[in-house]
Ligand binder design. Structure first.
Ligand code: B12
Length: 137
């Protein structure tokens, strides 16, 4: 398959590193060109990496509970940077504690995320969705 480039990283002041390595491995094995910017990544880091590598999708992890604050405005910043239409996925433990999932998903979709994943989502689920939104056969 033609390799699609995706940017992967953990947003904000979040240092949880293990899941990021697992996702990198899983997405790479699935045939994606993974640009992994790692932990402690700002919105600007994601955007700069996507511009430099002509990525078609940004996959954001947030584990420490501050995902809503860290992710707010990312879609608008992408638009301003010329990344209109880039796919945005987010997952991990994106809010503090256990909250009503449909509400959480709706809030992140309203922020411009294309796919929003609850805690415990297996990488395989995301891989299928990536293939679908990027038109990979
Ligand atoms: C290890 C750990 C730490 C270590 C991290 C070491 C390191 N550098 O990695 C240390 C001790 C530093 C730490 C610190 C903190 N932690 Co901590 N930590 C954990 C712990 C025990 C395990 C995390 C882990 O490695 N899991 C294993 C990996 C494989 O799983 P994962 O990270 O969840 O990733 C998987 C999935 O989430 C998913 N996924 C991740 N991203 C994405 C993205 C997409 C798109 C998709 C689909 C899926 C996906 O796929 C990954 C691979 O399977 C969890 C509890 C837990 N059992 O998960 C708490 C936990 C994540 N930590 C938590 C908290 C609160 C903190 C602190 C804020 C605590 C504090 N008050 O200081 C700090 C934050 C520090 C910081 N700045 O980031 C909370 C977050 C709660 C929330 N979101 O509401 C948790 C859930 C513990 C809890 N139950 O309260 N932590």
């Amino acid at each position: 398959m033609e390799k699609k480039t995706i940017v992967l990283g953990v947003i904000g002041a979040d240092c949880h590193a293990v899941g990021n390595k697992i996702l990198d491995h899983a997405f790479t094995n699935a045939g994606f060109n993974v640009i992994n910017i790692g932990v402690l990544s700002s919105q600007e880091d994601f955007i700069n990496a996507a511009i430099e590598t002509k990525a078609e999708l940004i996959c954001v992890s947030s584990l420490y509970g501050q995902g809503e604050i860290d992710c707010r405005g990312l879609r608008e910043k992408c638009d301003e940077a010329g990344l209109k239409g880039i796919k945005l996925f987010v997952g991990g433990n994106i809010v503090v504690g256990k909250q009503n999932w449909p509400d959480v998903e709706q809030r992140f979709k309203a922020m411009g995320f294309d796919r929003v994943y609850p805690p415990g989502t297996a990488p395989e689920v995301t891989i299928e969705d990536m293939k679908e939104v990027l038109g990979v056969k």
